[in-house]
Design a binder for this molecule. Sequence first.
Ligand SMILES: Nc1ncnc2c1ncn2[C@@H]1O[C@H](COP(=O)(O)OP(=O)(O)OP(=O)(O)O)[C@@H](O)[C@H]1O
Length: 307
Amino acid sequence: MYTFIANPNARSGRGILLWKQIEKILLEKEIAYNVLFTKYQHHATRLVHDLTSDGAPHTIVVLGGDGTLNEVIDGIRYLDKVTLGYIPLGSGNDFARGLGLPTDIHSALEQILSPSHYTAMNVGVLDYENKHRRFAVSTGIGFDAAVCHQVMVTPLKAFLNRLKLGKLTYLGVALHKLLTLKPVTMTVTTEAGETKTYHKVYFTAVMNLKYEGGGFNFCPAASGTDDRLDIITASELTRLKVLCLLPTAFKGWHTRFRGITLDTCTEVTITSDRALPVHTDGEPVFLQSDIHVHLEKEKLRIITPCK
Ligand SMILES: Nc1ncnc2c1ncn2[C@@H]1O[C@H](COP(=O)(O)OP(=O)(O)OP(=O)(O)O)[C@@H](O)[C@H]1O
């Protein structure tokens, strides 16, 4: 039995129409399913928490963007009891990109209904103010999170989504934030006890998968299955240099330049000298100056294509 968690509002309101296409196929194929629609922010977390509280195995299929996916993963009570399928409807789609999942909804559904391969994926956790929030793709503090915060509220997103140019939303907002955000000093302390201090930092991101922000390959070595988190810090750069480096990050070429530092860890504490926006998988976690990030002990089973 599949439980679909569908955001009818994803892709600027087209989610419900795309669900109707999926439902038609499920009925034709006589697949047993149940569907729960999200009605507001964080509803997916509550729905999935209630669903999985029985401790029984569940196959959950998410129909939405990276935001809904994040809320679903955050709500799972027992990670090792869930098999997750994903039909990407968002504009960023960094989760699908990172795991090599099909982005066409029909191919994604087909693969979920006839699964041939599974990936045991690490799940990250952000700790802040005595609260916890899981992430599948990444968490970040500074410029990348400021972009996510702004993308959530900009009318540009709905407009560009209608033109099927949703990815450009991130680029447009990123340019604006780059001109307005003031860099900070940050310290990054990993589980090994080593503390590094960086000045004029635009952002630090802790990545489980390679891509964030709609296709920026910030940590090309991140895999989601290696029991490690990859850290990228952009520091001591002028705005002009960040501007020049950003396009190279689509291909992962930014890592060759001075000012970009990569590291790996299982646990990290990041402290900023000023409170900055924080995100998990593109979802805002307001302003923070201290965050701690680690991995869940259990992994999550994801339906993925054969390699
Ligand atoms: N029925 C709903 N109405 C309004 N917002 C919703 C609803 N259901 C979920 N949400 C919220 O919408 C936000 C974005 O959803 P989601 O990521 O699925 O789609 P998207 O914005 O199209 O994709 P992307 O984040 O990749 O651009 C999430 O924060 C989620 O909590």
